[in-house]
Design a binder for this molecule. Structure first.
Ligand SMILES: Nc1nc2c(ncn2[C@@H]2O[C@H](COP(=O)(O)OP(=O)(O)OP(=O)(O)O)[C@@H](O)[C@H]2O)c(=O)[nH]1
Ligand SMILES: [Mg+2]
Length: 420
């Protein structure tokens, strides 16, 4: 500690004088008058000391991580998903409720993309619950069975019904199995599996008009469905996909039921970098449809995606409101909407089928989007909806990530389900 003893006033003054003497020639060459040189030298010394102290503090903060925000849990604030039931659809006709608190998904809440899985694997992961409820149970039934008899077919029937395939589809499948069995064509459990795969693919691949967004410009897609099923999320995902394909997309915030609905769409619009046409909360949804159609034409957009409410403030019939929006769109863009997409929540099982029937009767659907297949064992409902309505399932939602909306492909769906 010898050096510390040297640290008295005289030594400090000596060092300061030495510093001023050392700096003087420099200051002189810079044109600083002699009487100011000491003061300028002290100024430099002061500045230097401040920088050193700040650097020291900065290094300390870095080392000890002071001020670093604690890692946040991935907070995904979900819409207050109302219980969706057949009654709920009917009651959309006269509902007055407080706007539910819904916070639009933010970039922070976006789940971190998992390592890129192939399309098939990602689909398989999304459908895993349905796979174990349907095919998993079929496989356990078939395991070790050598004879394919009437009892086995009866047990299969029960599995198919409880896997939400619906009565009509189950009957169709059972009839086909029974007829093959009586003809002696079902000798092994593998043949049962094979026949089920073929029949399911056949049921799902009926003739329907394909979704061709290039068939009109702007191509107008009106997205409908009861509240909480995933309409706005689906629009966001679609907007992103179309924008990535280089299409000019415009979004219409036709859900004026809550201010948060337009805000939520705005967030999706920003993510996909597309324009959103919106009005204030409580505005006439048809007025939004009108403005959005006008904007889509004026901006020469390729696609207009129109969001709608799942329920209304006023005692207006939801179906009547949707029909009015249709008329307004058609007046502005003849032939529009070119696609009326009904969004259904797969986790609601048979309720989804009931909703689909009601909406189809009222609004004439062109296609269906079945969301939340990832969170449910009731994915068999895809088959029931396609078979009973003969309305094509266009997309399925298998998660909350941007690319978790997949075009529905009957063959792939069946192969994923039956993949071992
Ligand atoms: N797991 C999963 N969640 C989904 C999927 N699609 C939508 N969701 C979630 O479902 C919730 C409701 O989605 P929204 O898009 O707000 O539903 P909405 O139909 O617009 O609801 P309203 O505006 O209230 O009528 C959100 O938390 C979404 O993240 C999906 O395919 N899988
Ligand atoms: Mg919405």
């Amino acid at each position: 500690m010898e050096w510390f003893k040297l640290l008295n006033w005289d030594t400090i003054m000596h060092w300061l004088n030495a510093f001023v003497t050392w700096l003087s020639p420099l200051l002189a060459s810079a044109g600083v008058p002699e009487e100011y040189r000491s003061i300028v030298a002290f100024g430099f010394l002061y500045l230097g000391a401040t920088v050193v102290v700040l650097l020291f503090v900065f290094i300390l903060l870095k080392i000890f991580g002071v001020g670093r925000k604690p890692p946040k849990d991935d907070v995904v604030v979900e819409a207050d998903v109302a219980e969706v039931s057949a009654e709920a659809v009917e009651s959309t006709e006269v509902i007055e409720t407080q706007p539910e608190a819904e916070i639009a998904p933010t970039r922070e809440s976006e789940p971190t993309p998992e390592p890129t899985l192939g399309l098939f694997e990602r689909f398989k992961a999304g459908l895993s619950k349905t796979q174990s409820t349907l095919v998993g149970r079929v496989d356990s039934l078939l395991r070790g069975r050598t004879a394919i008899d009437a009892d086995l077919i009866e047990e299969l029937e029960e599995i198919l019904i409880t896997a939400d395939l619906g009565m009509q589809t189950t009957q169709q499948l059972i009839d086909s199995l029974e007829s093959s069995r009586t003809k002696g064509e079902l000798a092994s459990s593998e043949q049962v599996r094979q026949l089920l795969m073929e029949e399911l693919t056949k049921i799902l691949s009926f003739d329907s008009k394909p979704l061709d967004v290039t068939s009109a410009s702007p191509f107008v897609i009106m997205v409908i469905g009861v509240n909480g099923v995933g309409k706005t999320t689906t629009i966001g995902k679609l907007a992103n996909q179309f924008a990535l394909q280089g299409k000019k997309v415009i979004l219409g915030a036709g859900d004026t039921f809550r201010a948060a609905a337009a805000e939520q769409l705005q967030v999706w619009g920003e993510r996909a970098d597309v324009e959103v046409i919106s009005h204030t909360e409580g505005a006439d949804p048809s007025a939004v449809a009108f403005d959005a159609a006008k904007a889509a034409v004026a901006r020469k957009a390729d696609i207009l995606l129109l969001d709608t409410a799942g329920r209304l403030h006023t005692k207006v019939n939801l179906m009547a409101e949707l029909k009015k929006m249709r008329r307004v769109l058609d007046r502005e863009i003849p032939g529009a909407p070119h696609e009326v997409l009904l969004v259904l929540d797969a986790t609601t099982g048979q309720n989804a089928l009931t909703q689909a029937k009601l909406f189809n009767e009222a609004v004439d659907l062109d296609g269906i989007v079945l969301t939340k297949l990832d969170g449910t064992a009731k994915g068999g409902i895809v088959v029931a909806i396609a078979a009973e309505l003969q309305v094509p399932v266009r997309f399925v939602g298998i998660g909350e990530q941007l690319d978790d909306l997949r075009p529905f492909d009957a063959e792939m769906f069946v192969s994923v389900l039956f993949d071992r």
